[in-house]
Design a binder for this molecule. Structure first.
Ligand SMILES: CC(=O)SCCNC(=O)CCNC(=O)[C@H](O)C(C)(C)COP(=O)(O)OP(=O)(O)OC[C@H]1O[C@@H](n2cnc3c(N)ncnc32)[C@H](O)[C@@H]1OP(=O)(O)O
Ligand SMILES: O=C(O)CCC(=O)C(=O)O
Length: 396
């Protein structure tokens, strides 16, 4: 059965993702990532920050030039010069960002809410006059008075902006407070809401899903959660979790997530942690005997997420926590059928190896031990038979 509502996946790997310390994408990498994002099925690509200069503008323009299916947006501050830079990049859509908390308004713009609203009218009006489709970015929304958001988003709505982005800029929210904020935001604006979460408390995914449950229609994400400080909500987690936890779906093709994540990891000179949800190398790898025995009998016993959904499969490995079923299955895969005492002897030896080496025991070594045990047992049986032969001859 298909989940009920379609959520827009707005990827900001090339903007907020590249803000992660030390991450630099080359122009070729940016284009490759944008193309892969499009193939994966995201709805929007936030391609960069034109105010950063000519090279950044060139990078965004190169992505625009690919004529990809997703909308390509650029991130602008609340000033005309940033809008002009976005125009040079050739985008048709921009996110124009205004601080929503009084603290950020005062520190960054030396302004009070009504002055920010006036500035929104001026700058977004300027962008609209130049033919741009505009979304209002609400920086630091989670520390804002929702009435201030209502005032500023109201000024933007009058100019026909297509969306409001609620940013939990400092990753302060939890799923319960996110849900409340996004529900209450409905009293302040009719604009479609995008939720942009940060992962400082490890809650970006949970908060984004809570925002969706509360009525947000757009999820702002990055590949592998790359982004400022602890990063953002990972695209791969949101895409896979949406239908499972939020009765919603996206246009993302899960079978392309591995390839996309590997590309971004490589371009950001990082590796994917082995236990990273959805794309980590080990997330469908099973060592524990009880789990392996269960999976081998009926896969549903220990399968939450079907690896086939991601084009992946379960893998059994042998280590300190293995049991007889696992050892037997590794050997049976090459036609070595172990009886119970032989399997027990093999298991005992491979466990000792795992403890000594503090790692897994490769299948080839398990099978070598198995062959040795089979040979030893056959030798013992032959010896025993030889010993009993004379007695047998004495029998009448
Ligand atoms: C929460 C976020 O992710 S916000 C996005 C953060 N992204 C980036 O910072 C992108 C990379 N940044 C850069 O390359 C540079 O900071 C630039 C090119 C954007 C600006 O560089 P500079 O002109 O040297 O300014 P600097 O970085 O020192 O300070 C930022 C300026 O932007 C202003 N500013 C910040 N947010 C906004 C906003 N939403 N609207 C208008 N102005 C803003 C600050 O008040 C400050 O103004 P000031 O120069 O008058 O003091
Ligand atoms: O204002 C926006 O568009 C969001 C900026 C951002 O990345 C954030 O606040 O974390």
């Amino acid at each position: 059965m298909e989940a009920s509502h379609r959520i827009q996946i707005n990827d900001t790997t090339l903007r907020d993702g590249e803000q992660a310390p030390g991450v630099v994408f080359t122009l070729a990498e940016k284009v490759a990532i944008a193309r892969e994002l499009a193939e994966t099925g995201v709805d929007e690509i936030e391609a960069g920050t034109p105010a950063m200069g000519d090279e950044e503008v060139e990078g965004i323009a190169a992505i625009v030039g690919q004529n990809l299916r997703p909308r390509v947006t650029a991130w602008c501050r609340l000033n005309e010069a940033d809008v002009d830079a976005a125009l040079r990049a050739g985008v048709k859509h921009v996110n124009i960002s205004a601080p929503m908390s009084r603290l950020q308004m005062r520190v960054k713009l030396k302004a009070e809410p009504d002055e920010v609203a006036s500035r929104v009218t001026r700058v977004i009006g300027y962008a609209r006059d130049k033919g741009l489709e505009v979304a209002l970015g609400g920086e630091d929304s989670s520390r804002a008075d929702l009435r201030d958001i209502g005032l500023i988003a109201g000024a933007a709505a009058k100019l026909g902006v297509f969306r409001f982005r609620f940013a939990d800029t400092l990753g302060l929210l939890d799923p319960f407070s996110t849900y409340e904020y996004i529900k209450r935001l409905r009293d302040e604006t009719d604009l479609p809401v995008e939720f942009h979460g940060h992962n400082d408390l490890g809650l970006a995914t949970a908060n984004t899903l809570a925002a969706i449950r509360a009525g947000a229609s757009h999820a702002s994400v990055t590949v592998l959660g790359l982004g400022e400080r602890a990063g953002n909500a990972p695209l791969e987690e949101i895409a896979v979790a949406l239908p499972r936890t939020a009765d919603a779906r996206s246009g993302v093709d899960p079978t392309r997530l591995m390839r996309l994540c590997e590309l971004v990891a490589h371009a950001s000179r990082d590796s994917i942690p082995r236990a990273k949800p959805i794309v980590g190398a080990d997330i469908f790898t099973h060592e524990s005997g009880i789990h392996v025995a269960g999976l081998l009998t009926d896969v549903r016993t220990y399968q939450g997420l079907d690896p086939a959904l991601l084009g992946r499969s379960h893998k059994v490995v042998i280590g300190k926590h293995s049991g007889l079923a696992a050892v037997r299955s590794v050997c049976a895969a090459i036609g070595l059928d172990l009886d119970h005492p032989t399997a027990a002897a093999v298991l005992s030896r491979v466990k000792a190896i795992a403890k000594m080496t503090k790692t897994l025991v490769p299948d080839a070594r398990v099978r070598r031990v198995a062959r040795e045990e089979i040979a030893r047992r056959q030798g013992e049986e032959a010896g025993a038979n030889a010993r009993v032969q004379p007695e047998m001859r004495l029998q009448p």
